[in-house]
Design a protein around this ligand. Structure first.
Ligand code: ADE
Length: 244
């Protein structure tokens, strides 16, 4: 009989530090979902593809300068050892396109990811081109290597796979779904160090609560993320235009 169960969403991390995995990916619902075989994680040690007896994987930068560069032949051998199976091949680098929830959704809907984590100054440009790697950054700051960035990307994807989050952690109403930041949250106690929960949240009036939350989302987005706010207002203008 053929196996009709869906294949788990598959992540493969190529790294010089396999011990950095699973890291945070073994915790909580994400780790539980791996145990339930909703998704899988495999690591490949790039150093295993070095052909010299010292197992070196890097060289000095052509043209001079500080640091070392990961060799393209070794990187390519590591990449080529992994069955692609239709997955995105991603190189995590501060030079990459910023990661967005939109791209995360696309990746989560696909068969999985192969993530390449570099150390040193980075990876030789030629292997990035030759293997058509997608370069992704998780933000405008520089990490010591791609491992944490890879875990950020994988976690963001895995939580969107159906069956990973329970109803309680639903992803329907959250930051970026509407292009706005989330509203502030409150719980017990009713008063904390002289600060009360806003009355409207205790009013039991669902419409008023919804309106208050929407206003807070807009307020936070305008104050903290003018870029998202401008995109939001432009979208609002367009839908208004479409309606007339
Ligand atoms: N490697 C080092 N810094 C990084 C960043 N900001 N994003 C992705 N990969 C990285």
């Amino acid at each position: 009989m053929s196996d009709t169960s869906p294949k788990p969403w598959a992540a493969t991390a190529l790294t010089l530090f396999p011990e950095a995995f699973p890291g945070v990916l073994s915790a909580s619902v994400i780790g539980g979902a791996e145990k339930s075989q909703i998704w899988s994680l495999e690591t490949v040690d790039i150093r295993n593809f070095s052909s010299n007896k010292h197992r070196t994987v890097d060289g000095t930068p052509a043209g001079g300068g500080a640091g070392m560069v990961l060799r393209p032949d070794i990187a390519a051998a590591a990449i080529d050892s992994v069955p692609k199976n239709g997955r995105a091949l991603i190189y995590l680098t501060p030079r990459g396109t910023p990661l967005t929830q939109h791209r995360v959704k696309e990746l989560a809907a696909g068969p999985g990811v192969i993530v390449f984590c570099a150390r040193f100054e980075g990876l030789d440009e030629r292997v990035i081109e030759a293997r058509q790697m997608e370069e992704i950054s998780i933000g405008d700051y520089v990490l010591a290597g791609g491992e944490v960035a890879a875990q950020v990307l994988i976690e963001a994807c895995v939580r969107l796979i159906p069956g990973v989050l329970g109803k309680a952690e639903s992803t329907v109403e959250e930051s970026f779904e509407e292009g706005l930041l989330e509203y502030p949250l409150y719980t017990k106690p009713r008063e904390f160090e002289g600060r009360a929960i806003p009355d409207v949240l205790l009013s039991g009036n669902h419409q008023k609560v919804e309106d208050w939350r929407k206003a807070k989302m807009i307020e936070a987005t305008q104050a903290r993320r003018p870029d998202l706010f401008d995109a939001y207002t432009a979208r609002q203008e367009r839908t208004k235009g479409d309606a007339t």
